[in-house]
Design a protein around this ligand. Structure first.
Ligand SMILES: Cc1cc2nc3c(=O)[nH]c(=O)nc-3n(C[C@H](O)[C@H](O)[C@H](O)COP(=O)(O)O)c2cc1C
Length: 274
C-alpha cells in the first residue's frame, strides 16, 4: 500500500535508463494484469531480472480512490527499479496518477499496446515511435505482432527496423521462453533489452539461465508468497504456471483443483519435498 510504503521506499529513485547504458542487454518482467504484483516481482528479481513493471493500472481509478490505490499498487524497499504502467486516455489524468506514484517508482509506462502493436505498414509504426521519441519518452517496448496476429511468429525483422530508425533504447517483446531466446533476439534485432511475460510465468528463473523452473524457485515462491499474504488464487495460479512444464497430465489433474493453501503445501511437500 502506498501509505505503508512511504517511509521505506521514497527517495531511492534510480534512473532505469542507466541500465540501458550499462552495456548489457536489459532483462525485463512485463506488465501482467493479476500477475506482475509485488510478490512475483520479488521472485523474478531474485533470478536476474533487471527491471519490473507493475500490472496495468487504470489511471482514472487510481487518481480518484484511495481504495483503488491501495489494492492496485503495493511496493517495498527492494522493489526497484520499478516501472508503473497506467492506462489512460486523458493526459491530465495520466499526469495526476504519475505524480501520486512517482516517489515509489523509477518510471511511468503508458500502455499503448492493447490491441494495436506493429502496423501492417511498418512506416506508420516507425513514424509513431519517432513521434513518441520527440515527446521525450525514455524507451519504447515493441511487441512484434499486428492487431490480427495472436499465435503467428513474432516479426523480429520489424522490431529490428524500428530499432535502426530510433535513437532511444528499444525493447523487444514476444515469445521469449529462455535466456537463449533472449540472447538470439538481441543479436537478431540489435535491441537494448527484452521484455518477457508468459516465459517468466512458466519459469520465473529463466533470466538466470534455467531451462525449466528449478525446485528452489518453487520453494522461493512459496516463501515469498506466504510472507506477502498472497491471496490463494494468485498463489495457486502462479504455481500452476510454474509447474506446467514439469508435471504430468495426471499430476495437473490433482494439483490444479486443490482449493486451499494447506492442501497445496501438503502436495508440494509430499511430491517434491518443498
Ligand atoms: C497474464 C497476462 C497479463 C498481461 N497484462 C498486461 C498488462 O497489464 N499490460 C500490458 O501492456 N500487457 C499485458 N500483457 C501482455 C504482455 O505484457 C506481453 O506483451 C505479451 O504477453 C507478449 O509477451 P510474451 O510473449 O513474453 O508473453 C499481459 C500478458 C499476459 C500473459
Amino acid at each position: 500500500m502506498i501509505s505503508d510504503a512511504i517511509e521505506t521506499t521514497q527517495c531511492q529513485q534510480k534512473d532505469p535508463v542507466d541500465l540501458f547504458h550499462s552495456g548489457h542487454f536489459v532483462k525485463i518482467c512485463a506488465p501482467m494484469v493479476r500477475y506482475s504484483k509485488l510478490a512475483f516481482r520479488t521472485l523474478v528479481r531474485k533470478y536476474s531480472c533487471d527491471l519490473c513493471y507493475t500490472p496495468m493500472i487504470i489511471a482514472a481509478d487510481f487518481v480518484k480512490s484511495v481504495k483503488a490505490r491501495d489494492s492496485e499498487f503495493t511496493t517495498s524497499k527492494g522493489d526497484r527499479p520499478l516501472i508503473v504502467q497506467f492506462a489512460a486516455n486523458e493526459a491530465q489524468v495520466l499526469s495526476d496518477a504519475a505524480r501520486i506514484v512517482c516517489p515509489f517508482a523509477d518510471g511511468i509506462d503508458l500502455n499503448c499496446g492493447c490491441p494495436q502493436r506493429i502496423h501492417d505498414d511498418l512506416k506508420r509504426t516507425v513514424d509513431l515511435c519517432r513521434k513518441a521519441e520527440a515527446t521525450g519518452v525514455s524507451w519504447i517496448t515493441v511487441h512484434g505482432r499486428n492487431v490480427e496476429e495472436r499465435h503467428q511468429p513474432v516479426h523480429y525483422d520489424a522490431i529490428k527496423i524500428i530499432k535502426q530508425n530510433m535513437s532511444i533504447p528499444i525493447v523487444a517483446n514476444g515469445d521469449v521462453k529462455t535466456l537463449k531466446d533472449a540472447e538470439n533476439i538481441h543479436h537478431m534485432t540489435g535491441t537494448d533489452g527484452v521484455m518477457v511475460a508468459r516465459g517468466l510465468l512458466a519459469n520465473p528463473a529463466m533470466f538466470a539461465g534455467y531451462e525449466e523452473t528449478p525446485l528452489k524457485c518453487i520453494q522461493d515462491w512459496v516463501d515469498i508468497a506466504l510472507e506477502h499474504g498472497t491471496p490463494f488464487t494468485c498463489f495457486h495460479h502462479h504455481l500452476m504456471y510454474m509447474m506446467e512444464r514439469i508435471t504430468s497430465k495426471q499430476e495437473k489433474r490433482v494439483f490444479n483443483v486443490l482449493s486451499s493453501t494447506s492442501a497445496v503445501l501438503d502436495y508440494l511437500n509430499d511430491h517434491y519435498g518443498v
